[in-house]
Design a protein around this ligand. Structure first.
Ligand SMILES: [Mn+2]
Length: 345
């Protein structure tokens, strides 16, 4: 007999189970059909990470087996927030999930901003505040989309509607995400609901001065010294399909725009590289001055120059387009591009 560890059947099973768990810990996760994988978009920002953590908590309160994951590294702002909340970052989503695995999407719904093979998964829940993209499902789905400044605003409502108690850590995550996405209510994406939810959450999160706290968050976000330009390009980067063309649109929100603009040449290299690598029609990158609320868009080449001049009605000087106060990718940049491509079609 080849395998001689035991002749006792039950011992044998026990051994095999233990063996499998140790040798293939992933297998248990992958085969766990009842667990819902909750995650935000690629190149995650604070909302994408905290909303995954909070929504997984919310689902577990509803007695649904859910676990938060992430689709990339944390930025410095998110690291600051999690440290402050004393919480660990979610695990990276496993690189392989079996077809039909149940997933919940937060802070995004477009497939090209999500995990690879999203189309093979069973999307069961979506909580988001972005435009509706290419999502289709075979079965009914729980969808909660609202045109507010942050996913966390919707999540706060969900807790309140369900009369779930929000503890201090969860409140801190929610407040942080709303302050981050709305740039402390200074972004044009801000709605009354965002302000109302922050006012509700502040005493629970035990934040004394929201100004000081937001300032600490944005200071952490502006700390870019340790990054290469390629890393900065992808800190807050999304792709969109306009007229069947794939475009990359990155932004960096910082207290010190000149530090990044001074490294323009290095940035061009990273952009050329990515344009080739991902077969993009165009790639745009905005340096957002979050003190003066101005958008300086870096213009890589003739394709980008032509489109940006037309879509935003601006001049390009020294390979930079000053888009003025149009600082929101979601509310200003993408809709203008979308409108331009629709009209030129
Ligand atoms: Mn968001």
């Amino acid at each position: 007999m080849k395998y001689t560890f035991s002749t006792n059947h039950s011992n044998n099973t026990l051994f095999t189970n233990t063996f499998l768990k140790q040798k293939f810990p992933l297998r248990k996760t992958i085969n766990n059909q009842s667990q819902i994988y909750v995650f935000g978009h690629r190149n995650p920002d604070t909302d994408a990470i905290t909303s995954a953590l909070v929504y997984a908590d919310f689902l577990r309160r509803k007695k649904i087996n859910a676990k938060a994951y992430r689709l990339g590294d944390l930025n410095n702002e998110t690291k600051f927030v999690l440290k402050r909340a004393g919480m660990k970052p979610p695990d990276m989503l496993p690189s392989y999930l079996a077809a039909g695995t149940a997933v919940a999407l937060v802070d995004h719904n477009e497939s090209q901003q999500s995990m690879e093979n999203l189309k093979m998964m069973r999307v069961t829940y979506v909580v988001d505040h972005h435009r509706l993209g290419d999502l289709t499902t075979l079965e009914p789905i729980y969808l909660r989309l609202e045109p507010v400044g942050c996913t966390a605003t919707i999540l706060t409502k969900l807790y309140r509607e369900n009369k779930f108690r929000i503890n201090q850590n969860i409140a801190l995550l929610l407040v942080s995400a709303i302050l981050s996405d709305t740039l402390h209510f200074r972004s044009p994406t801000t709605t009354d609901d965002d302000r109302l939810m922050v006012n509700y959450l502040l005493p629970i999160a035990k934040i004394d001065s929201v100004e000081t706290y937001a300032n600490q968050m944005f200071t952490a976000k502006s700390d870019l010294n340790s990054y290469t330009m390629r890393e900065i390009l992808f800190l807050d980067y999304k792709t969109f399909i306009f007229n069947n063309q794939l475009w990359g649109v990155g932004v960096v929100e910082t207290f010190y725009p000149n530090n990044t603009l001074a490294r323009k040449d290095e940035l061009f290299e990273a952009m050329i590289d990515e344009k080739k690598r991902s077969n993009l029609t165009g790639i745009l990158f905005s340096v957002i001055d979050i003190v003066n609320l101005r958008n300086y868009m870096i213009i890589l080449g003739e394709t980008e120059k032509f489109i940006v001049q037309k879509a935003f009605n601006v001049n390009v000087q020294d390979r930079i387009a000053d888009l003025g106060s149009r600082i929101s990718r979601k509310k200003d940049i993408v809709p203008s591009l979308e409108r331009y491509f629709k009209n030129s079609n």
